[in-house]
Design a protein around this ligand. Structure first.
Ligand SMILES: Cc1cc2nc3c(=O)[nH]c(=O)nc-3n(C[C@H](O)[C@H](O)[C@H](O)COP(=O)(O)OP(=O)(O)OC[C@H]3O[C@@H](n4cnc5c(N)ncnc54)[C@H](O)[C@@H]3O)c2cc1C
Length: 467
């Protein structure tokens, strides 16, 4: 397993020099902490870097970039470690790990927050919600702020406030040359444009500054469940009802076998269900009124949509997506939930085998669609929904079959694809990345890549090669 790391002989003198000034921890093959730190969220990824540089601050990031570049080693950049295809760990190269950089500073008067790159969404929400504030963030608390933001960032607040990148005010970044630069609307605006959707292509972001909004702390939110045999009717009802919903409401439809979680009655465990998870980013009474027609569609088998703290709602999906399970995913955007799309979705959802597989359809629109398309590198603001067809198994057992289910489902939807969210791409090849951005944005991103990373040091990502 660690043969590759064994084979790489790091230059002892260079390593000693790095060690001498490094404030964080250098974890090489053979260190007791090596296995812990090479693991990523997706248990199906098993890679063995030569060195994991666990940075304590910007100075460490600059040193680690210099070390890897001078040694000609591949660089993987890790913050939350939640890349679906495992792009944040490599075989034989250097992982520049920002996970220990946890600084957060909220300015309640200015309604802004600064977060270092190792911050996870649950950690940022905890700090901002102390002041009744929040920014659009991921829906699982242990996902990294960094990778999610750089791809665009979709979450419960997006229809009211826009994507995560629409809240981004500035970033600090270390380039491939080891130079420290800032980017915002006024400083390096070309870079700032590219970082809002262009992922980790242009350098290592060490700190983000976000705009915050008043949210909750109590929101009307949670999932409502029906038996899967109601899915076709429910999705048709949902399509019309959600199209009329105010921006405050954001929903995610999930089809799966009901999980054996404490709040799910035992008789439902393992039963195929369809659920609509809601979050109303406005007054609780209004949320209750807006969601009422959905609850009246047909008697739910379980209704967990009720007033609750926003941070509790943000943690709702944590038990369904823990570290270490085997995950595979294919994704696409669709314009609308046409009858055809619904039929395909329901047909394939009925074929889910694994009790751990949960397949979400995200609602887009609202403020996401109102930001002019050319303002950021993110593509796909006009899509109606994002399909996130995810297979999950506990171990390798059954993984191939469940992955096949994903691929067949995704292919059946192909005539309806309108695009794809880059953070939901696996290793799907250059053409898919080009499709994700569209030719114009891709060309612009490529020109930016030539300027900031002409040697493609940062290529373990949804890569935009300089030429
Ligand atoms: C359980 C789960 C829930 C998710 N929920 C959502 C969601 O609600 N909304 C959403 O939009 N997406 C969601 N995603 C997708 C998520 O946006 C991506 O997986 C994202 O890459 C995770 O970021 P990370 O920092 O945890 O990942 P990492 O694996 O650490 O990084 C992923 C990639 O991002 C780049 N990167 C990371 N850190 C930096 C940095 N500091 N500077 C430059 N580049 C960097 C690198 O290219 C790296 O390969 C989810 C993923 C998972 C696994």
């Amino acid at each position: 397993m660690n043969a590759i790391a064994n084979e790489i002989k790091l230059d002892e003198a260079a390593l000693r020099e790095l060690q001498g000034a490094f404030g964080g921890e250098l974890v090489a093959h053979g260190s007791p902490a090596y296995d812990e730190h090479r693991k990523v969220w997706n248990g199906s990824i098993d890679r063995s870097p030569a060195l994991i540089a666990r940075c304590a601050g910007v100075a460490d990031v600059i040193s680690a970039v210099g070390f890897a570049r001078d040694a000609g080693l591949e660089v993987a950049v890790r913050s939350g470690g939640h890349s679906f295809p495992g792009a944040s760990v490599c075989d034989g190269g250097v992982v520049i790990d920002l996970g220990a950089m946890k600084g957060i500073r909220v300015d309640p008067e200015a309604r802004t927050a600064r977060a270092q790159a190792g911050v996870l969404w649950g950690e940022l929400d905890r700090e901002t919600q102390m002041f009744g504030l929040a920014t659009t963030g991921g829906i699982v608390t242990h996902t990294g702020v960094a990778g999610l933001t750089l791809g665009g960032g979709i979450g419960w607040l997006q229809r009211k406030h826009g994507l995560t990148i629409d809240q981004l005010l500035s970033v600090d970044l270390v380039t491939a040359d080891g130079e420290f630069v800032k980017a915002s609307e006024t400083e390096n605006p070309d870079l700032f444009w590219g970082l809002r959707g262009g992922g980790g292509n242009f350098g290592i972001v060490t700190e983000f500054e976000f705009r915050l909004h008043p949210v909750g702390p109590i929101v009307y939110a949670g999932p409502i469940f029906w038996p899967m045999d109601k899915a076709t009717d429910l999705l048709r009802f949902y399509r019309d009802w959600s199209a009329e919903a105010p921006d405050e409401l954001m929903t995610i439809v999930i089809q799966r076998k009901a999980p054996p979680l404490p709040f799910v009655p035992a008789e439902l465990h393992g039963q195929p269900v369809v659920s609509v998870a809601c979050c109303y980013a406005g007054p609780v009474e209004e949320g209750e009124r807006v969601v009422r027609p959905l609850k009246a569609f047909a008697p739910p088998v379980l209704d967990l949509c009720e007033p609750k703290p926003y941070v509790v709602h943000q943690a709702m999906f944590d038990p369904s997506f823990p570290h270490g399970r085997w995950y595979y995913m294919r994704a696409c955007d669709v314009a609308t939930l046409s009858d055809d799309v619904i039929d395909i979705a329901v047909d394939h959802s009925q074929q889910i085998r694994s009790e751990l597989t949960a397949f979400p359809i995200w609602q887009l629109g609202g403020a996401v669609a109102r930001v002019p398309d050319e303002e950021t590198a993110f593509n796909g603001r006009g899509a109606g929904h994002t399909f996130n067809i995810t297979a999950t198994t506990a171990t390798v057992d059954g993984f191939d079959e469940e992955r096949e289910w994903v691929r067949n489902f995704w292919s059946a939807l192909e005539p309806h694809h309108t695009g794809v969210y880059v953070n939901f791409l696996m290793e799907e090849g250059q053409e898919r990345i080009r499709q994700a951005y569209g030719p114009e944005k891709y060309d612009r991103l490529q020109a930016l890549k030539r300027k900031y990373d002409p040697d493609n040091l940062f290529h373990l990502n949804q890569n935009i090669p300089p030429k």
